[in-house]
Design a protein around this ligand. Structure first.
Ligand code: 13P
Ligand code: SF4
Length: 345
């Protein structure tokens, strides 16, 4: 019965009352979906009916990207969330991204298809340990990568993304010492790029740390004309082999603007979908990881599926909730980032 209810239009049927405790427990709406349902059409219908906007990160599966109203990197997604007039924000990304949208839009409903979609990098920075770390450097300001929890944002002076990090660090007066958290790889790259000596929190992303330097060298030998495009969350040996280092959106742009016909891409594989759509005649080769399954998927990002997205929109659950005093403290450094990075692409 639930299958039928979940599959039919809200015009004709009343939806079943869902058990909130069960959703909180599972992290998503656990109902079967009729396999014959045209989920693309249903998602479009629900977005319109509910005045909902669907924001998706480049690491989402291709179907989700194709049905989204906006696909982008963390900076683009934050900007979209800050300016949307929709009543509901459906965030097809990971928890810290949906949380950022909620921080910017306390009166809107923000929903995430699967609350379990976390981030290893955000998890590598527990708030209590970070507070103790910060206390060791009382004269330092804190710049944190957006891949962190609201509790870390609340302990931060300026948030950054991989698109604007360099631009923001360069605006800090030379005599002002800086703590950079939580990604040590991005931090190291920024130190190299800006010449600023920053104190780094020891965090990292499981997906970007898995690329194999040796296999990449071998791949480059076989494809000598293919520029290597890498995300700054990758480890230094991989970044040293890169021809272009930047955020997902800058990697996408580079692939279109550069005349090469093949590229090696060292970031999560979801980005290849847009790169291929932009450049049907070019070839994109995922950089080889050092794991058995040879896959560059982020296990957190890929917890969101089209089915979960559909159910989340239909039932408007699970929602992102946050205590107001925490939200206000986390808002300040995000607003600072948005002000300080106007014009950054
Ligand atoms: P950007 O898309 O902002 O480059 O970030 C990548 C990332 O790891 C998101 O989790
Ligand atoms: Fe987090 Fe890495 Fe996944 Fe991005 S790719 S969401 S940084 S675990």
């Amino acid at each position: 019965m639930l299958t039928i209810l979940a599959a039919m239009s809200t015009d004709t049927l009343t939806l079943p009352v869902l058990d909130d405790a069960a959703i909180a427990d599972a992290g998503f709406v656990q109902l079967p979906v009729d396999p014959t349902l045209d989920m693309f059409a249903e998602i479009e219908r629900l977005k319109k009916e509910k005045n909902a906007v669907l924001l998706a990160h480049y690491y989402q599966e291709a179907d989700i990207q194709d049905v989204a109203d906006y696909v982008g990197d963390s900076l683009g997604l934050s900007r979209e969330a800050a300016k949307t007039e929709a009543d509901i924000i459906v965030f097809a990304g990971v928890h810290f991204m949906a949380e950022t949208a909620k921080i910017l839009n306390p009166s809107k409903k923000v929903i995430l298809p699967d609350l379990n979609a976390g981030c290893s990098l955000a998890d590598s920075c527990p708030p209590d340990e970070f507070a103790a770390f910060r206390a060791e450097y009382p004269d330092h300001i804190v710049i944190s990568y957006i891949n962190c929890s609201a509790a870390i944002k609340a302990q931060t002076d300026i948030i950054c993304t991989s698109s604007n990090a360099k631009h923001l660090v360069e605006q800090i007066p030379d005599d002002q010492p800086i703590i950079f958290a939580p990604d040590k790889n991005l931090g190291r790259w920024l130190i190299k790029e800006t010449g600023r000596d920053m104190v780094l929190w020891d965090g990292s992303c499981i997906v970007h740390e898995i690329f194999s330097e040796q296999k990449l060298v071998r791949l480059k030998t076989r494809h000598p004309n293919a520029p290597v495009l890498a995300h700054p969350e990758c480890e230094e040996p991989v970044l040293r082999l890169a021809d272009h280092i930047g955020s997902t959106s800058s990697i996408r742009r580079f692939a279109t603007e550069n005349p090469a016909t093949e590229f090696i891409v060292a970031t999560e594989a979801g980005i290849l979908h847009q790169m291929q759509k932009d450049n049907p005649g070019k070839t994109f080769i995922p950089a080889p990881p050092d794991n058995g399954c040879a896959c560059n998927d982020c296990p957190h990002m890929k917890l969101n599926t089209l089915e979960k997205l559909y159910l989340c929109l239909e039932y408007e659950k699970p929602t992102i909730e946050m205590e107001e005093s925490l939200r206000l403290r986390a808002l300040k450094p995000i607003e600072r980032m948005l002000e300080m990075s106007e014009g950054v692409k």
